[in-house]
Write a new protein. Structure first.
Length: 257
């Protein structure tokens, strides 16, 4: 004798199965749409376009990237290509190289070829014990976070996993770090994650005479596999903070009028 079907229980099980299928279809659709979106989104973007993204334009960020005649301008964007030689662009694997500290304990140029395989597989550690040259920290209530300086990586931790390396850390203002170097670092990170390609990268601090605080850094980047079609820039980022006068010889600062 056939077993009597519990219609109520059957309908409940069938409803769960249908709901599960709907979830799977929605997830599949989301993956497809996300993929199409990214194909379009990660076409090569101009540096100037990236800097206009609303996410990076806040009340604390300098507004005049397109007006170099203004007295406060975080960048000097060079039209010429980064100064890499053919040898510099030869790829034999990812790497990072840091200059030894000079006689004044200042950092020098940092070089790298970065790719997904050079990204860190660990969390950032503590670096508060490191005091780079020019580290004369001072509080200002009009700066986000309340203090002037950050310990700034030449080769970003997200590229290399290098964190508490004294040859990779310099003193930089909040604007220099968060609104100067970071947007360009994100351009590179976006490109690598979404293409799998590698980028030749160099950051050169600008120390003048015996000054202990760098005036800025020269950032250069060039994507290797596509011969610079995806990433190619040469930009000087000034180590400045709006509303603050800085003595680059010592790192001391005062509020400007």
């Amino acid at each position: 004798m056939a077993k009597k079907i519990n219609r109520k229980r059957f309908n409940k099980i069938n409803k769960k199965k249908n709901n599960f299928k709907k979830v799977l279809y929605l997830l599949l659709a989301a993956v497809i749409i996300f993929g199409i979106f990214n194909i379009d989104r990660y076409k090569v973007r101009k540096v100037e376009d990236f800097l206009k993204l609303e996410h990076y334009v806040s009340d604390h960020m300098p507004k005049n990237y397109e007006r170099p005649d203004e007295p406060y301008n975080q960048y000097i964007i060079y039209e010429e290509n980064p100064s890499f030689t053919l040898h510099d662009l030869e790829y034999s694997g990812v790497y990072r190289e840091f200059s030894p500290l000079d006689k004044l304990n200042r950092v020098g140029p940092a070089n790298a070829i970065i790719g997904i395989e050079s990204f860190p597989n660990k969390k950032r550690g503590e670096i508060r014990h490191i005091k780079p040259t020019g580290w004369k920290q001072k509080g200002y209530d009009f700066i986000e976070g309340g203090v002037l300086y950050n310990r700034c990586h030449l080769i970003a931790f997200m590229f290399s996993g290098e964190n508490a390396n004294i040859n990779n850390l310099m003193t930089g203002t909040k604007s220099f770090n968060n609104f100067g170097m970071l947007p360009y670092e994100i351009i590179i990170y976006d490109y690598i994650v979404n293409t799998g390609n590698r980028v030749r990268y160099r950051v050169s601090p600008d120390f003048r005479d015996n000054e202990l605080l760098a005036r800025g850094v020269l950032m250069e980047a060039y994507s290797i596999e596509d011969n610079g079609a995806g990433i190619k820039f040469k930009v000087y980022v000034k180590n400045i903070e709006k509303g603050v006068s800085i003595d680059y010889l010592t790192g001391e600062s005062i509020k400007s009028e």
